[in-house]
Design a protein around this ligand. Structure first.
Ligand SMILES: O=C(O)CCC(=O)C(=O)O
Ligand SMILES: [Fe+2]
Length: 199
């Protein structure tokens, strides 16, 4: 899928963008369910048919001493999936791989798809939320558009039934999406967020 949007576009364009991402998410989750060997892929994706999409536009001004600045500090997204659209070709996103920070090079007309912590719970820890951060460039401004995908408000976030049993105990408790968000906003910042739901 190719989606292109510039910040000059209007609210309606963002709505269309979010609606398209909704369809992509449901379909992607069905494929991710297949990857987990689940027979009921539709069930895995169901809570996202009427999911929530939040879009954040980030602007990173150039900084003459980039090593002394933080774009966005290291974190994992609390969404199920995050889509990142780069507006331009200035690299800034880095992912943690084998204890090193690796740049994700922008590719024109494409989206970066990031696994978030809701999917880590749903897959009982098989799909890991990607740790990432954003750094700044010494000469060029960078703009990115992140869209965070969440299930509908009444959804229970829990490891898929098919993935758990006596040999594979659930690693996370089931939590209502509203409680998940409350826990995030009230958490102790020093505790890894997913630890709040570990069994
Ligand atoms: O701008 C970026 O590359 C990263 C943005 C991000 O990680 C976020 O908004 O959560
Ligand atoms: Fe992020």
């Amino acid at each position: 899928m190719v989606v292109f949007i510039t910040i000059r576009h209007k609210r309606e364009d963002l709505e269309v963008y979010a609606e398209n991402l909704n369809r992509v998410t449901v379909s992607l989750l069905e494929y991710l369910a297949m990857g987990l060997g689940l027979e009921r892929g539709r069930e895995f994706a169901e809570a996202f048919l009427d999911g929530h999409y939040y879009t954040r536009m980030s602007c990173y001004p150039p900084c003459p001493e980039p090593e002394k600045a933080i774009g966005i500090a290291k974190h994992c997204d609390i969404s199920a999936i995050t889509y990142l659209l780069e507006c331009g070709d200035v690299p800034g996103l880095q992912v943690r791989k084998d204890d090193r920070w690796v740049f994700v090079q922008p590719v024109e007309n494409s989206l970066v798809v990031n696994i978030g912590q809701i999917l880590e719970i749903m897959s009982n820890g098989i799909y890991k939320a990607a740790e990432h951060r954003a750094v700044v460039d010494s000469l060029q401004e960078r703009i990115s558009i992140s869209t965070f995908c969440y299930p509908d408000s009444n959804a229970d976030i829990a490891p898929a039934d098919e993935l758990t049993g006596s040999e594979n105990p659930a690693l996370f408790k089931s939590v209502k999406f509203s409680e998940y968000l409350n826990t995030f906003y009230r958490r102790n910042i020093d505790t890894p967020f997913l630890d709040c739901f570990k069994l």
